[in-house]
Write a protein that binds this ligand. Structure first.
Ligand code: ZN
Length: 409
């Protein structure tokens, strides 16, 4: 049994790192907490909390008590809070007609943000180079190696583990290894994390927006495509390879229109932005400007505009009814263009749910608009980029210690 002591040491090291993660995730999800609240929420002992928060404080991730910079006078001592820029991530977004980058801190604060209209072609290598330029601008004096994580939002279907974009119809991409491309353009070991823009918008609403604190949520975000996030028992439903939650491609209309995915009658062919515009007799390529015009006419009582929105509300309600029966969520959050049209569709959605959902789950569910607006995908990229740090903060601050000359440069 000569290895006994080593094994015990390794096990306690594993437990210590797991406990550091538990504390950081509690603070990240809930904001500042007293040591007593941390004891109650984590099940750890008071002395363990004191030792572990001390370690996090030494690493610069948390402050305790009434720091001259961050403490609130008059509050009880030993409040533990994350240092907003104790760690920061690089959030990137490839949209159809623009690119964006932001540096985001542990409290969601933004320390550098830029969005630029797309000027280059949609060639993936050129879009990767363009986003790396924006990243350099928001990073300023910071080295890219100093951020705790990097993630990119794209308008496409993504394999999560390696950032392969299997299809992005509006960019005309197929099987693009975009996570690798962005890593090369940034000069970091790859691949960087890549995810669908609507999935990330949903993640942002879950952590920072309309669904904060909820454990059973259906989040739907619409633009030309429709995507979302399904949260079941507090965990995202991703499926075997991360393709799960593609609610825009759930069939709702067997005799419906062709979808960009190759099928027909998918939900997004009835409720996506192009469908809304077509239904109102507007050019389908008119984008958000055309939608704004439509909403102005609807607000003025124009019957055709109101009718088009009402029919869209019906299709939204039909799709949501299936999801509510399937998943029994407490909350449905509608984002993107659905956030914009919400006041014109909410009555019809509620009516369809009344008709189509079983009584018990119907009584429980509320349908609300999203809160974060157009920056939700970029916000969600920041949430995704923070996940490695939240899982294992010790690994991150060991890495940060290993590059002191760069950090002080
Ligand atoms: Zn489809």
């Amino acid at each position: 049994m000569t290895h006994g002591r080593d094994e015990i040491g390794q096990r306690s090291e594993t437990v210590r790192r797991a406990n550091l993660g538990v504390i950081v995730r509690e603070l990240y999800a809930r904001g500042p907490l007293s040591r007593s609240e941390l004891v109650r929420r984590t099940g750890l002992t008071r002395s363990a909390i004191r030792v572990l928060t001390g370690e996090l404080a030494t690493a610069g991730l948390v402050t305790e008590g009434q720091s001259p910079l961050l403490g609130v006078p008059g509050r009880p001592s030993h409040m533990v809070r994350l240092v907003p820029l104790g760690a920061a991530v690089l959030a990137l977004e490839i949209a159809v007609d623009s690119s964006a980058a932001a540096v985001v801190g542990l409290d969601g604060s933004v320390d550098g943000w830029v969005r630029r209209e797309r000027t280059r072609s949609d060639d993936p290598e050129e879009r990767a180079a363009g986003i790396a330029d924006l990243a350099a601008r928001v990073l300023g004096d910071r080295a890219v190696a100093d951020v705790a994580g990097i993630a990119v939002a794209v308008p496409g279907v993504v394999r999560r583990h390696d950032g392969l974009v299997s299809m992005a119809p509006n960019l005309r991409w197929r099987d693009v290894a975009f996570g690798e491309m962005v890593a090369r353009a940034l000069g970091v070991p790859g691949p960087v994390a890549v995810a669908n823009e609507a999935d990330l918008a949903a993640l942002a609403e879950l952590h920072r927006g309309a669904a904060r604190g909820e454990t059973d949520v259906v989040l739907v975000s619409g633009s030309i495509g429709v995507g979302g996030g399904l949260v079941v028992g507090g965990r995202p439903l991703l499926g075997a390879a991360g393709y799960g939650g593609e609610i825009g491609h759930v069939p709702v209309h067997p005799a419906g229109a062709p979808c960009r995915c190759g099928s027909t009658g998918c939900w997004e062919t009835e409720v996506g932005l192009e469908a809304i515009l077509a239904r109102a007799g507007r050019p389908v390529a008119g984008g958000l400007a055309a939608l704004d015009g439509l909403l102005r006419e609807a607000a003025d009582g124009d019957a055709a505009a109101l009718g088009a929105l009402d029919e869209t509300g019906a299709w939204l309600g039909i799709g949501l009814a299936g999801l509510v029966n399937l998943l029994n969520p407490r909350l449905v959050v509608l984002g993107g263009v659905f956030e914009t049209i919400f006041p014109f569709v909410t009555d019809r959605i509620e009516a369809e749910l009344d008709r189509r959902v079983l009584p018990a789950p119907r009584a429980l569910v509320r349908v609300v608009p999203a809160k974060l607006g157009a920056d939700a995908p970029l916000r969600g990229a920041a949430e995704l980029a923070f996940e490695p740090l939240l899982q294992d903060p010790a690994r991150w601050f060991a890495r940060a210690r290993a590059t002191p000359e760069r950090r002080s440069a």
